[in-house]
Design a protein around this ligand. Structure first.
Ligand code: ASP
Length: 318
């Protein structure tokens, strides 16, 4: 998986959230369901790339597949705010031309990543939030879903637990060991032309104050792509915002000359770790190298490239 060649290789990496994910907390069925969901999303994006599709299309399609899967904290499986509503954040960025589209605190949108893509393609603005983003969605013919679509008993229990404890919780850190669910989702890709793209989508944190916006839709914090690398983050958003984590990886490569793995290690296992920022990220560079670092106990992740068979992993490897 580690290579530093300069020739372009198509590559795709995805995450489904990082956090306290341990084998002892998982049933075989749950493990199979997560693995299957990740594999399906990876295959979706890989098919786009292998058919000659653009990196930006591959990451959008991959994230849509994860948003449609109720296991992950994005789209259908988004967690509840303190008001028992859903406010979702998403961003997409195309590295070769630095185009970006982001939406924050949107409700009722079936696939927030596609709304972010529409913002990017429209090109007038980069980040739309709340009612304004929803109106733009209506005008653009974006698909909405009724509240029942997003309702999930498990998520609702998470909210009641967090309220009882008066806590705002990362999806990764909540619930009892037996019923944990994890899940902000993201994808990064390098296409046949060496173009890079990143996409991230989330419901944020359980019992978050309504109006709270995390790192996911903030370009440079949770999502970033340029000609050097594409990065999608997951973890405690407030730390990723203050570390400008995704852009930090790009800067370490561009200005310090670090390779992808060195840059990712520094951001995740030094800068974020020292701040107390739990989480991880996925990244690709234009040679198709892939890095999937995290400083938490686990991260739902999968990757594939022209030089590496598809791999799906959940736990830390020691
Ligand atoms: N980073 C996301 C947020 O803070 C949460 C996550 O990655 O699960 O909104």
């Amino acid at each position: 998986m580690t290579s530093h060649s300069t020739a372009t290789n198509m590559a795709l990496a995805i995450h489904g959230g990082a956090g306290t994910i341990r084998p002892q907390d998982m049933t075989a069925e749950a493990e199979a369901a997560y693995t299957g969901g990740l594999r399906h999303a990876l295959e979706t994006g890989w098919h786009v790339l292998r058919s000659g599709g653009a990196a930006v299309d591959a990451v959008e399609q991959t994230v849509r597949a994860l948003e449609d899967n109720p296991l992950f904290n994005a789209g259908r499986g988004a967690v509840f705010t303190s008001q028992a509503t859903h406010e979702m954040d998403a961003a997409i960025m195309s590295g070769k031309d630095l185009r970006a589209g982001c939406v924050a605190a949107v409700g009722g949108i079936k696939n927030p990543i596609t709304l972010a893509r529409r913002v990017m393609d429209d090109g007038t603005h980069v980040l739309l939030c709340g009612a304004g983003a929803e109106e733009f969605a209506r005008e653009s013919g974006i698909e909405f879903a009724p509240p029942e679509y997003f309702y999930d008993d498990f998520r609702h229990r998470q909210l009641l637990d967090a309220r009882r404890d008066d806590a705002v919780r990362l999806d990764h850190a909540s619930g009892t060991a037996a019923d944990k669910k994890f899940g902000t989702v993201g994808a990064v890709a390098c296409d046949r032309g060496g173009n890079l793209a990143a996409a991230t989508s989330t419901g944020g944190m359980t019992n978050k104050r309504f109006g709270r916006i995390g790192d996911t839709p903030l370009i440079g914090a949770g999502t970033y792509a340029n000609e050097t690398c594409a990065v999608s983050c997951t973890g405690h958003g407030e730390f990723f915002i203050r570390a400008v984590a995704a852009y930090d990886v790009a800067c370490l490569m561009k200005y310090r000359g670090l390779d992808l793995h060195e840059a990712c290690e520094q951001t995740v296992n030094q800068t974020l770790r020292e701040m107390g920022g739990e989480g991880g990220l996925i990244a690709v560079d234009r040679a198709g190298n892939i890095a999937l670092p995290f400083n938490s106990e686990g991260m739902y992740r999968a990757s594939v490239s022209e030089k590496q068979e598809a791999v799906v992993k959940i736990y830390r490897e020691s």
